[in-house]
Every structure is written in structure tokens, then in C-alpha cells.
Design a binder for this molecule. Structure first.
Ligand code: NAP
Length: 336
């Protein structure tokens, strides 16, 4: 029997329905909408697409948004100046630095310059430290979205053997920590792991975040396991698409018409072995933006001293600076 499909779009709609009233309530109470500032350096078309979707989600939920588009020739100092302005801007609750940044920019310095209270991507070492120690904070969006999928589909996590494929700072490591905090027994695999299939075969929950199209073979998956496929790989090679989609003639036909197809890290045939699986596209993808919106509202509540956004209220409330102290939106395009 084919696996239950874990539909990220359905979960996104559920979460949007929950957080939209929270945004309205904040607006009515504080007379200011929660706001997200996005920084997009250069002209990468894929990054433009991603950022535009994030701005569209803000509009959809009634959040303010500002898009800053410094040129591709910007320096680390230029970006530090902008980030510091956004840190001081009382209207901005969340700051999103769209990655990757151009090579000449020190990405680590930029991410560490973002006020942890506005770090809605959850990349700041302070937020990572909170995650490690199990304290409330802003958690990286993609792994947080994977947890929402598991929890809202009632996949048992406590006591489960969970295997995370990939150990990046933005997906693999925070994902492993979230599963650990939910009482799974967690194994992290990476490119130096010997005998990857043997680890996957033992897993009740597999989270694949490697960036390798269709790498996880169907016969690695334990029958009935839950599979969260984070991988988003654009396949353009005809032979690869034919191999991966041989049992999906309609998708193969679409690939041939379009010249590319999005494939996860898990082979599409795994749908016949897993008990539950996220599709690519339409699984984890929609959750990343969803959790960005959720984090922006959470950050807005915390900055305004609303402890309901955090069970123990341990986040530092960021004191707003005076209106006009920042010129954050003066260089912004698409400000609302
Ligand atoms: P990344 O920084 O490139 O990390 C990839 C990880 O996979 C590394 O830890 C690497 O191991 C490991 N790896 C690579 N090849 C492997 C192999 N053959 N066996 C075992 N492990 C292997 O990538 P990322 O940023 O975490 O993203 C991972 C994937 O998720 C990508 O496809 C990305 O596009 C996708 N993604 C999707 C979303 C979404 O919203 N859906 C969001 C973020 C990322 P080493 O550490 O040893 O090199």
C-alpha cells in the first residue's frame, strides 16, 4: 500500500489560520503590524523567487515587509551597516538575510550581527545555543517545519529511532536536536558515514537533508517508516530523470516538456515502502516559509513582552529604538 502523504501545503494552511488572528491581535493592541525585513544581495534569480514568496506570505498574513536589495558588489561593512539599522528599527520584528551571499561577504559575521531577538531564521549562535540547551528561542525554519509535519500527522517520535541524513547548521544539526528534545533516539549521518543504508534500515523516522537527488534507495527504508524528505534538487539530466521517474510516467512526461523536475533526496519509489512520506515538491518546502512567518509573529510578541510566545519567557525583549532613528526603509524597495 502506498505511504500516507504528509502534505506540507495542508499544514501550512492550518498554521496560517492559527497565526493570522495573532497578527491581527498584535496590530489592534499595539497599533503596529509585525514586520519582516528581507535582505537580498545581488541578482540571483532563484533567491529573488524565494524572497518574493516570503514577501507574498507576509502580505497574505497582514504583516509588514520591507525588501532591501543591496548590489552584488556590496561589502561586508555595507551589509553590517544595513543589519545594524534594521536591528535598531523599532518596526522590524524579524530580519531575513537571504543566502547565499556573494563570495566577498563574510556570511558568518553578517548572521552573527543580526539581533538574536530578530533572528527569525534561527541562525544566530545565541538561538542555536538555546536550542542545544532546550530553552525557548527562535528555531531554524526548515527543521521546525519538519517537526510540525511529524507532530500534526501524529507520527510517534518519543522512543523512535530517528536518522538524520546531513549535518548542516541550518537543517541537519537543528533537526537532530529537535528530535532529541522530543525524546527520539537520534543518529546523525553525513558524507563520511560508513554503510549509510544500514543506519536508514533501522530508522522509524528518516529525515533526508543531503542535497543528493534520489540518493536514498527504496530498499533502505524500513517498511512503514516515516520519511521527511528535505532535499530539493533540480534534475535536468534526461537519463537521471528517466531512472528516478520510471514508475511515474506523468511526472516524466512533464519533465520532458519542461526540461527540469524537482526531486528530493529520497528515491520517489520509496512511497511504496514508507508508511508516511513528504512529497517533493509540496512537503517540507511550504513549511519553511510557514515557520518564517510563525517566527516573525513569535519575535514580535516577545519583543512586545508577550510571554505567551515563550513558555518560560526567557527570551530577551528587545527594546525598540525611537521612531526615525533608523533609515531602514529609505533604501527599501517594495516597502509597505
Ligand atoms: P548542505 O549544507 O550542503 O549539507 C548537506 C549535508 O549532507 C552535509 O552534512 C553532508 O555531509 C551530507 N551529505 C552529502 N552527501 C552525503 C552522502 N552521500 N551521504 C551522507 N551524507 C551526505 O545542505 P543543506 O543546506 O543542509 O540542505 C540539504 C538539502 O535540503 C538540499 O537539497 C537543500 O536544497 C534542501 N533544503 C530544502 C529546504 C526546503 O525548504 N525544502 C530548506 C533548506 C534546505 P558532510 O557534512 O560530511 O559534508
Amino acid at each position: 500500500m502506498p505511504a500516507r502523504i504528509l502534505d506540507g501545503c495542508k499544514i501550512r494552511d492550518e498554521i496560517f489560520a492559527e497565526i493570522r488572528p495573532q497578527a491581527v491581535e498584535l496590530h489592534l493592541r499595539e497599533h503596529i503590524r509585525p514586520g519582516l525585513a528581507a535582505v537580498l544581495v545581488g541578482d540571483d534569480p532563484a533567491s529573488h523567487l524565494y524572497v518574493n514568496s516570503k514577501i507574498a506570505a507576509c502580505h497574505h498574513l497582514g504583516l509588514s515587509s520591507w525588501l532591501h536589495t543591496p548590489p552584488a558588489t556590496s561589502t561586508t561593512d555595507d551589509l553590517l551597516k544595513l543589519v545594524n539599522e534594521l536591528n535598531r528599527d523599532y518596526r522590524v520584528d524579524g530580519i531575513l538575510i537571504q543566502l547565499p551571499l556573494p563570495k566577498q561577504i563574510d556570511t558568518k559575521r553578517i548572521l552573527e550581527a543580526v539581533d538574536p531577538a530578530k533572528d527569525v531564521d534561527g541562525f544566530h549562535p545565541i538561538n542555536l545555543g538555546k536550542l542545544v540547551s532546550g530553552r525557548p528561542g527562535l528555531v531554524a525554519c526548515t527543521p521546525a517545519g519538519c517537526m510540525e509535519i511529524l507532530q500534526r500527522y501524529h507520527i510517534p517520535i518519543e522512543g523512535a529511532n530517528a536518522v538524520v541524513l546531513g549535518r548542516s547548521d541550518i537543517v541537519g544539526k537543528p533537526m537532530a536536536l529537535l528530535l532529541l528534545h522530543a525524546n527520539a533516539t537520534v543518529t546523525i549521518c553525513h558524507s563520511k558515514t560508513h554503510d549509510l543504508p544500514s543506519f536508514v534500515k533501522r530508522a522509524d523516522i528518516v529525515v533526508a537533508a543531503m542535497g543528493k537527488a534520489g540518493h536514498v534507495a527504496p530498499d533502505w527504508i524500513k517498511p512503514g517508516a516515516a520519511v521527511i524528505d528535505v532535499g530539493t534538487n533540480r534534475v535536468t539530466d534526461d537519463a537521471a530523470a528517466a531512472r528516478l521517474l520510471k514508475n511515474f510516467p506523468e511526472r516524466l512526461e512533464k519533465f520532458r516538456a519542461k526540461g527540469s523536475v524537482l526531486i528530493g533526496d529520497v528515491h520517489p519509489d520509496a512511497v511504496n515502502v514508507a508508511g508516511a512520506i513528504t512529497p517533493v515538491p509540496g512537503g517540507v518546502g511550504p513549511m519553511t516559509i510557514t515557520m518564517l512567518m510563525s517566527n516573525t509573529i513569535k519575535a514580535a510578541k516577545l519583543r512586545r513582552g508577550d510571554s505567551s510566545a515563550s513558555p518560560s519567557g526567557e527570551h530577551s525583549a528587545n527594546q525598540p529604538s525611537t521612531p526615525g532613528a533608523s533609515s531602514a526603509t529609505s533604501s527599501a524597495s517594495g516597502a509597505r
